[in-house]
Design a protein around this ligand. Structure first.
Ligand SMILES: [Zn+2]
Length: 471
């Protein structure tokens, strides 16, 4: 622990504070004379502060006291607590009245790993948990915080939430108890690894058996997460585009307002005052943030990107103001959110086998049918037909990745081209420009268009009727 009470004058010594940082000698002196006691159990503790310390200076019970809340902690716990304290102290220095480590809550007597009192009166206690404390103790401590009107935020160590080989997560009993409801979907738990400095946010957790769980999980650097106004954690991967109004008449355009500051407004009809500085001019607008986006407002409510749509001719426009917010995010996430947008583009269903197989099926059955696209034929049957006709070499699943050679081989089969070297043939026919072509949505669509033109020409030449290109 980093705090203890000096026996000579009952001062609380905080080894993390600036005041005591360079006072090793005088602390050693107290340690030798009257000594220190634990602020929780009042039993004797000793100062561990070597001249060239390998671990951060701290106090420990002497002799050990396993009944104390401030039970002698592991190095990882001390490190994690210290990092979390530094993170919150820095992050909320503008809006907090006090950020403290090992803070004794006067109303309940318990000691919070990290404690924050905000200038608006709100209080948070952050508890970093790495050991499997009893469920009774946990429930009692949470109840005390609730009675004292303090928001308790529990973060478990990575040792209590282990990812298994099959991507499931093994949550220890205490973690299971800490899985709680959140505005970001079903439920959530937070983990922190003090060695890698990574925070894990687990969401939509569901039970497989008594230990194993499925969860959506994302890992962020500690400094890259935010807590919202009610103390729920979120990262840039949680940010969404929001469509809250069904327009009667759509005439909207999108506008991003960077470098905006959101302030809580005292006008009840509006929740926030957006203050924007632009070429020396200060612009103030009242903005009503829809409930669905409220959860994305960071506790430190400044430097926010607010994406708004300007909606004309909407019947509710006098109620919501000129702008309708569709996205709120921390400004520092701007580049990460752009990357995320690109990821989504790369991962659309078009790049899987579903689209090429539907197209190949249509083309393969062209000569015997008049209908160009038979959308009613189930994917499984299309796939089976292509496989039986030896056009595709195995029964791809819709989620299988498309690869260049099998795709080109299938195209050659459709066109009844016998080719030992599909790549050479595909280059000759201008299907690809180079042999290391990247398989993307655009590439597949372009290739299918080229093949379609050839197929339609052939069909029309048969004299069974005429069909037109779909694209
Ligand atoms: Zn103690």
């Amino acid at each position: 622990m980093f705090k203890a009470k000096a026996q000579n004058d009952n001062t609380i010594v905080n080894l993390k504070s600036k005041y005591w940082k360079d006072k090793r000698e005088s602390l050693k002196q107290i340690n030798r004379s009257q000594g220190f006691v634990c602020q929780s159990c009042l039993k004797k503790v000793v100062l561990a502060w070597a001249a060239n310390p390998k671990t951060a200076p701290h106090f420990r019970h002497n002799p050990k006291n396993i009944d104390c809340d401030q039970n002698d902690e592991s190095t990882e716990h001390a490190k994690g607590k210290e990092l979390l304290y530094e993170y919150f102290a820095e992050k909320y220095k503008d809006i907090a009245e006090e950020v403290d480590i090992e803070h004794q809550i006067p109303q309940t007597g318990q000691i919070a790993d990290v404690y924050i009192k905000f200038k608006n009166g709100q209080e948070w206690a952050i508890e970093y948990q790495r050991s499997n404390m009893s469920l009774d103790t946990l429930i009692r401590r949470r109840e005390l915080y609730r009675k004292a009107n303090i928001r308790d935020i529990w973060i478990v160590g990575e040792n209590l939430a282990r990812i298994q080989k099959d991507d499931s997560v093994s949550f220890k009993r205490i973690s299971q108890e800490l899985i709680s409801n959140t505005s970001f979907g079903r439920n959530c738990i937070l983990s922190f690894n003090p060695t890698t400095m990574k925070v894990g946010i687990y969401r939509s957790i569901s039970k497989i058996n008594s230990r194993k769980y499925r969860a959506y999980m994302h890992f962020y650097d500690l400094e890259n997460i935010e807590f919202n106004l009610i103390g729920e954690p979120f990262g840039y991967r949680d940010v969404i585009d929001f469509k809250g109004i069904n327009y009667d008449f759509v005439h909207s355009s999108r506008l991003t307002m960077p470098d905006i500051t959101l302030q809580k407004s005292d006008i009840p009809a509006y929740k926030f005052l957006a203050v924007q500085e632009y070429t020396g001019q200060i612009d103030e607008t009242y903005i009503n943030i829809p409930n669905a986006l409220m959860k994305f407002i960071p506790k430190r409510c400044s430097e926010i990107d607010l994406e708004v749509e300007i909606v004309y001719s909407h019947k509710d426009i006098h109620k919501v103001g000129q702008f309708f917010p569709v996205k709120v995010s921390a400004s520092r996430w701007r580049s990460k959110l752009n990357e995320k947008k690109m990821d989504r583009f790369k991962e659309t269903d078009f790049t899987r086998w579903w689209y090429p197989i539907s197209q190949l099926y249509s083309m393969a059955t062209l000569e015997s049918r008049f209908a160009w696209l038979e959308s009613a034929v189930p994917f499984a049957r299309q796939r089976r037909t292509l496989y039986d006709k030896k056009i595709i070499d195995h029964l791809y699943k819709p989620t299988d990745k498309v690869e260049l050679i099998p795709l080109l081989s299938a195209v050659m089969c459709i066109l009844k081209v016998q080719s030992k070297d599909v790549l050479v043939e595909a280059l000759d026919r201008d299907f690809i420009r180079k042999t290391d072509e990247e398989i993307s949505n655009v590439f597949i669509i372009e290739l299918m268009k080229k093949v379609e033109v050839i197929c339609v020409e052939r069909f029309n030449a048969l004299g069974k009727g005429r069909i037109d290109l779909v694209f």
